[in-house]
Design a binder for this molecule. Structure first.
Ligand code: GSH
Length: 205
């Protein structure tokens, strides 16, 4: 398997999932600015959407879209419990979370804040959505360690997205439940390893 990633981006969630199942996939960094991989490949030819993550599966297929990639990785080792069994209500709950994180947090807020082409008013509008969304998340996580009953790929995705708060100028300390969740998950070996690796590659450690 081979993971195409960009340091500290949403692809970090896939690195966390791979660490959780103990799978050492080859990784290749992608420059999202010029769409070139570290070995000089034209990334458009690998993922025509030009986005990370993209995973070359064991069978050689290219799989894209974080929530699909995460579930693929989880299903490689069902015993690790990163995703409930396909077809169960809990699996749909997992998909509910993956979709929420992807559409309501990642794309609707952070992708706009970090987009250099987004006008300031658009960025401000994105940031204005945070209090309501983080209040909802805080309520959900108030009495639980994880989004579902145990650590799943949804947590891998959420901790990755919460990592971006500092860069986006959002003070996570204003949301104590989320700050505690983020701190707790950051200490998890699979997360700490992915984070340390990406921080180093991003020149931040
Ligand atoms: N819908 C895609 C979005 C992935 C995405 O937004 N990736 C960002 C990094 S976090 C990216 O590649 N941005 C570069 C671009 O959009 O050109 C997914 O869920 O995987």
């Amino acid at each position: 398997m081979e993971l195409y990633f960009a340091p500290l981006s949403c692809s970090m969630a896939t690195k966390i999932a791979l660490n959780e199942i103990g799978e050492s996939a080859a990784t290749e960094a992608v420059s999202l600015k010029d769409k070139k991989t570290a070995s000089g490949k034209d990334y458009w030819t690998i993922n025509p959407k030009g986005q990370v993550p993209a995973l070359r599966t064991r069978e050689g297929a290219i799989l894209t879209e974080g929530p699909a990639v995460l579930q693929y990785v989880a299903d490689l080792k069902p015993d690790a419990g990163l995703a409930p069994p396909a077809g169960s209500l809990e699996r749909y709950r997992l998909q509910q979370w993956l979709n929420y994180i992807s559409t309501e947090l990642h794309k609707a807020v952070f992708a706009l804040v970090f987009n250099p082409k987004a006008p300031d008013a658009v960025k401000a509008f994105a940031i204005e959505q945070i209090p309501a969304k983080f209040a909802f998340l805080s309520g959900e996580l108030k009495d639980r360690a994880f989004l579902l009953d145990r650590f799943t790929v949804a947590d891998a995705y959420l901790v990755t997205v919460l990592n971006w708060c500092g860069l986006a100028g959002i003070d996570l300390k204003s949301y104590p439940v989320l700050a505690a969740y983020h701190q707790r998950l950051s200490a998890r070996p699979s997360v700490a390893k992915a984070m340390a690796e990406d921080m180093k590659l991003a020149g931040l450690a």
